[in-house]
Design a protein around this ligand. Structure first.
Ligand code: URA
Length: 434
């Protein structure tokens, strides 16, 4: 077998066998197939697509590239949750402790920030001392002792995806349905959970901008789950504007903690309760998602999610006092107001642009080797539908380094569209695919 022949066949729109896909993934992971050949293959996939069977074979090859967490010996059903990536999406930080507080074990495999989207691992690492580089034994131990664990991909899980993702990021091959489906599902399956709940983002701030393509992605991932014997449910949710008000690592942890303190009236709480209710339902812990939703809402009101968050933080080496005192989180040196250029309704907040503003301030990585600044980011003071007066602050930038500040300020103002008519709101949840 030769990589060149397989690239040409895919370029010509032919299907590849499981062995051929395995050969490419194995060869690339071992360094025997160079970046330029894998990049050419990925672009051929981007342009010609993969059949469902090829996507399943790619998922299997990715899983085989590393370890698989075996949680079979642990009692009870374990659930995992994954978002396809968004801006201000800190639902994991709310959902994981809440679902665990409801008695369902959560084993959550998370990633770092990608492009303009944030990553749970970077967010959690803004809590002083918090460790996500757990090995397989620690993952199991924490899952049974605490009922919840959030781990990074450090435990040699799907190393092929790590390598291929980095290449996709710089070759314009990220927003490709079979590549996203296999990347997400390989990590979830290798993570060992029995049930998987996916949050598929739709809109300008996610990787899928149309409901129809997001639905297709969701149904492919649900089918992949079935192929690997993991019951999977996908919730299609809006990423037309950032979720919640905070974007940036410690700022998002702060907002998640405020939500866990009992703030139930926000888009963040609404999405967290919806995803959590699906997690409870798919784990068989409640008779319907509606019952799950009410149960979680009650736990949220009673502060039980917050108590579980305290235990998770403590168990993973972080300072648990942050749940009582947000000033223990890193804070940026300066604040810069972004003022409304006109009076009217906020008609749009371009989530992708807000993601970029946060990244330019240092909350993400412009180059692979960049260090994330946990303190910086942006707090939105207005959301879509709010009325503002000219000169009123729309948002506040939390700033340390000022290298890209002028660009960040300009892009933050331009991310807002203000008009005289009130906008028609997008639904937060579009549908559930199961
Ligand atoms: N998240 C992933 O883990 N992989 C993708 O390809 C896209 C989003």
């Amino acid at each position: 077998m030769r990589a060149l022949d397989l690239i040409i066949r895919k370029r010509n729109g032919e299907s590849l066998s499981g062995d051929e896909i395995d050969y490419l993934v194995r060869g690339y992971t071992r360094g025997e197939i160079p970046d330029y050949q894998m990049a050419a293959f990925l672009m051929a996939v981007f342009l010609k697509g993969l059949t469902f069977d090829e996507t399943r074979d790619l998922t299997r090859a990715l899983i085989r590239s590393g370890d698989v967490v075996d949680l079979k010996g642990m009692p009870g059903i374990k659930v995992d949750k994954h978002s396809t990536g968004g801006v201000g999406d800190k639902t994991t930080l709310v959902v994981v402790p809440l679902v665990a507080a409801a008695g369902v074990t959560v084993v959550k495999m998370s990633g770092r920030a990608l492009g303009h989207t944030g990553g749970t691992i970077d967010k959690l690492q803004s809590i002083p001392g918090f460790r996500t580089d757990l090995d397989l034994e620690e993952i199991k131990e924490l899952a049974s002792r605490v009922g919840a664990v959030v781990a990074g991909q450090t435990a040699n899980l799907v190393p092929a995806d790590k390598k291929i993702y980095a290449l996709r990021d710089v070759t314009g091959t990220v927003d490709c349905l079979p590549l996203i489906a296999s990347s997400v599902m390989s990590k979830k399956i290798a993570g060992g959970a029995d049930r998987i709940v996916l949050d598929v983002k739709v809109g300008s701030g996610g990787f899928m901008t149309e409901v129809a393509t997001a639905r297709e992605l969701a149904s492919w991932m649900v089918r992949l789950g079935m192929e690997f014997d993991r019951r999977t449910v996908a919730v299609l949710s809006s990423m037309e504007q950032p979720l919640g008000n905070a974007v940036g690592n410690a700022l998002e942890v702060g907002e998640a903690i405020i939500t866990l303190q009992g703030e139930v009236k926000s888009d963040l709480a609404e999405l967290s309760l919806t995803l959590g209710s699906q997690m409870l339902y798919t784990a068989g812990a409640v008779s319907s998602p509606e019952v799950g939703y009410e149960k979680l809402k009650e736990l949220l009101r009673r502060g039980e999610g917050l108590e579980k968050m305290r235990r998770i933080i403590e168990a993973q080496g972080g300072n648990p006092l942050v749940v009582d005192d947000l000033s223990l989180l890193p804070e940026a040196a300066d604040r810069v107001d972004i003022k409304a250029p006109a009076t009217g309704y906020v008609r749009e907040i371009k989530a992708r642009e807000i993601g970029w503003v946060s990244l330019l301030l240092g909350a993400g990585r412009l180059r692979k080797e960049d260090r994330v600044d946990p303190a910086v980011g942006i707090i939105l003071l207005k959301k879509v539908g709010d009325y503002v007066q000219e000169g009123e602050p729309l948002a506040v930038l939390h700033v340390n380094k000022k290298d890209f500040l002028p660009e960040a300020e300009r892009r933050a103002v331009e991310a807002f569209t203000i008009g005289s008519e009130a906008p028609t709101p997008h639904p937060l949840i579009y549908e559930v695919v199961s």
